[in-house]
Structures are given as C-alpha cells and as structure tokens.
Design a protein around this ligand. Structure first.
Ligand code: BG6
Length: 296
C-alpha cells in the first residue's frame, strides 16, 4: 500500500496477517515504523525529527552509504539517507524469494549531482520484508556499474534506532570480549570487558568482527530484540546521552532515555567492489519475550 506520510512524503505500508506492520519512506529508503501485533512501535523516531529534505530523518532505519560517519571525504554517513528512492518494479530474483511475506523493492537512481559527489556508477537495490511472524528484514544489494574499469570502496551501516523503555535498564548481549573502536576516545581500540553492555553515560563505539547475533534486552518491557546480520561484520552501538541530546536540534533533550542505536555495519575494513561485482548486506530483526532469551 502506497500513501502519503508526514509532510506529504511518500511511503509504503507493509502489513502482516496478525496485525504487525512496517512503513518505508521513499525519502532515504528509510524504515520509519515497525509495529508488533499489539500495534506497539518498536523503532524510535524523535518527536523533533524534521521530515524535510535534504535533511536526514532522525529515527527509524537510515542507511549509511557509501561512507559511515566522517571516515572519509563525504558528508557524515554518506548521502543515500537523504535521497529519494524509487520503487523497483522489476527486481532481479533474490536468492530467497518471499512467499507469504509482505515486501517492497526499492532502487536508488543516481543523479548527475550524486556522480559529482562520488564519481562511481552503481545499482543499489533494497528489499524490505515483513515476515509472517512480524520479523523485519532488510537486504541491500550494491553492484559496481562503472564502465571505466574502476573499483570502489565503501563502508555501510543500517543505522537502526530501537525504541526502549528506559536506557538505564537495557543490556546489549553478544559483544562480550569483542574489540571496539571508541568514537569518544579518538577511535582508540579497546576490548569489551563486561558480560553485557549497559548504559550510564554517552556511548559511541564500533565493535569489530562481531558474532552475527546480537540481543538488546529491554528489562522494563520484558522484550528482547534479536538482530541477525550477514555481510556486515561490525556493529555500532550509540546513545548520545544528555549533553549530546541537547546539542542535536532534531532530538528531544530527554529522548536519549527511550532510544538506542545498534547498527549492523561494515566500517573497519571497507568493502571493495570491482566492476560488475555485487555485495549483499542483510539485517534481520525479531522481537521475543525476554524470558525466552535468558541464559542464551
Ligand atoms: C552514530 C555515530 O552511528 O551516528 C555517532 O557513531 C553519530 O558518532 C550518530 O553521532 C548520529 O549521526 P548523525 O549524522 O545522524 O547525527
């Protein structure tokens, strides 16, 4: 179902039989809502978010490409999060077809302006699927279409903003003993020592070569998000806390308590694609009652 969202921006609504739903904005190719069967919102979107291109929308699942953060010459997090995507009416067959699933295929069409910013030809296809149990899946396929023989490197992230009840009661599991670069300490390298990540101040880290499964336990709501990722070795964990929250114009001063970004990413070792080569990066998120996860 295609309709108008905030500020008249076009969106596609995906629905599942039990009542779960997801909304995808063509602006940014960005998932902006994901609800369970009780119609509870699972993603965080700031009440201060501006839905005004060319600014990126604060919340949901922005896509960072071709550059994560400021690790290169482009604008931070690249530019596809503030481009208009199109519905791809003729997608090539995906390895996993999606019977009984609601999905939408998007494609990013390059403009001459984009080519000036990053002089490479590529096809970026994005499939967003809402599975029968309400699981959310994002698959990106990026193909180098350069005709001048040039390879290109890129970094990438699904910059997912999760909605949580109280950040000080949240634990992230699956990153124990993993090395990370601390963005708050000049990207110095450390090793995670705790048996889970908990939050009591600003945190901004790039965990390197992580397991494919990461869990976010929301103790208050007795709910656990389980992330599974493929093709994306790293994971960024970010909460701005109070000071940085105040510094962001499109973010409420207290909203850091109700959100957490855990981003399936490829940052440390950029992907390099030769002409004709394709890369795939996949993120799957499900929600389970917390008791199911304990002890795992
Ligand atoms: C995170 C970065 O991924 O995104 C943080 O690790 C950054 O350093 C945050 O502050 C938000 O970025 P932006 O560009 O959306 O304000």
């Amino acid at each position: 179902e295609r309709c108008k969202g905030v500020n008249g921006l076009e969106k596609v609504v995906l629905r599942e039989v039990r009542g779960c739903s997801a909304e995808v904005y063509l602006y940014g190719g960005q998932v902006m809502s994901w609800k369970n069967e009780h119609e509870e919102e699972l993603l965080f979107v700031s009440s201060k978010a501006t839905f005004k291109p060319p600014k990126a929308i604060r919340g949901g699942i922005p896509i960072c490409f071709p550059q994560f953060s400021n690790l290169g010459p482009l604008e931070p997090h690249g530019f596809v999060r503030n481009r208009f995507w199109s519905i791809d009416d003729d997608p090539p067959p995906f390895a996993t077809t999606s019977p009984n699933k609601a999905f939408v295929d998007l494609i990013l069409k390059l403009s001459d302006e984009d080519f000036k910013i990053w002089p490479h030809r590529y096809e970026f296809r994005l499939r967003i699927t809402l599975g029968p149990g309400g699981d959310l899946m994002l698959t990106s396929r990026i193909r180098n279409m350069n005709t001048d023989g040039k390879s290109f490197p890129f970094t990438f992230a699904y910059h997912t903003y999760f909605s949580v009840t109280d950040i000080s009661e949240v634990r992230v599991e699956g990153l124990e003993t993993i090395d990370y670069l601390d963005n708050l300490k000049n990207r110095e390298r450390f090793t995670e020592q705790g048996d889970a990540i908990t939050f009591e101040s600003e945190l901004d880290r790039i965990y390197l070569s992580t397991p494919t499964k990461i869990a976010i336990l929301d103790h208050e709501r007795k709910r656990t998000f389980v992330l599974r990722k493929d093709g994306l070795p790293d994971a960024v964990v970010w909460n701005p806390w109070d000071r940085k929250a105040k510094a962001m114009a499109d973010f409420g001063d207290e909203e850091y308590k109700q959100m957490l970004c855990v981003e399936a990413a490829c940052v440390e070792k950029p992907i390099t694609l030769k002409p004709g080569e394709e890369w795939r990066g996949r993120l799957e998120i499900s929600v389970v009652p917390s008791s199911y996860c304990s002890g795992q």
